[in-house]
Design a protein around this ligand. Structure first.
Ligand SMILES: [Zn+2]
Length: 166
């Protein structure tokens, strides 16, 4: 990792670019993790108490399944149309197939993630500690938006943060 830590400018650039890609993944986490939890809770309620109906949604649903698709026409999004920020700009915020509007929130979260970890890398020059803070920043961004949307702070994100020594 020393090559990464040697030049401060290069480190900031690589971390910001990495942030753009992770930001794209955070969009998936922010959208899907609360839904996955809800499905899991319904399943657990159903297993413990017969009066709770079985969850109707039986299809596999996690961070990787189903693949990225348009919520409106259900057509899969090709990797080329899934490039952080750029694809949204090129498609003018619309689905390629059905022209349904794609929220500007997705590229905004990608840019926010890139900018926040870019600043982190600028303030804390390349080191393992800097990388740890970058990863904590990813977690905090996901937590912020999940909290904003659902008022949940999922254990899956908060508990691993405990082991980052603050
Ligand atoms: Zn569509």
């Amino acid at each position: 990792m020393d090559f990464l830590f040697q030049s401060h400018g290069l480190y900031i650039g690589i971390i910001a670019l990495f942030g753009l890609i992770v930001g794209s993944f955070l969009n998936v986490v922010i959208y899907r993790l609360p839904k996955m939890l809800e499905q899991q809770w319904k399943q657990e309620c159903h297993e413990c108490f017969e009066e709770f109906p079985a969850p109707t949604e039986q299809k596999a649903f996690n961070l990787s399944i189903p693949g990225s698709h348009c919520p409106s026409c259900k057509k899969p999004v090709k990797p080329i149309d899934n490039v952080p920020v750029l694809s949204w700009l090129l498609l003018r915020g619309k689905c390629k197939h059905c022209s349904a509007k794609i929220s500007a929130r997705y590229p905004m979260i990608e840019l926010l993630t890139a900018a926040t970890v870019g600043v982190t890398a600028w303030v804390i020059p390349g080191s393992w500690w800097s990388l740890a803070v970058v990863f904590a920043t990813f977690a905090l961004i996901a937590l912020f938006f999940i909290d904003f949307d659902t008022m949940l702070l999922p254990d899956q994100i908060t508990l691993p943060l405990m082991w980052q020594v603050f």
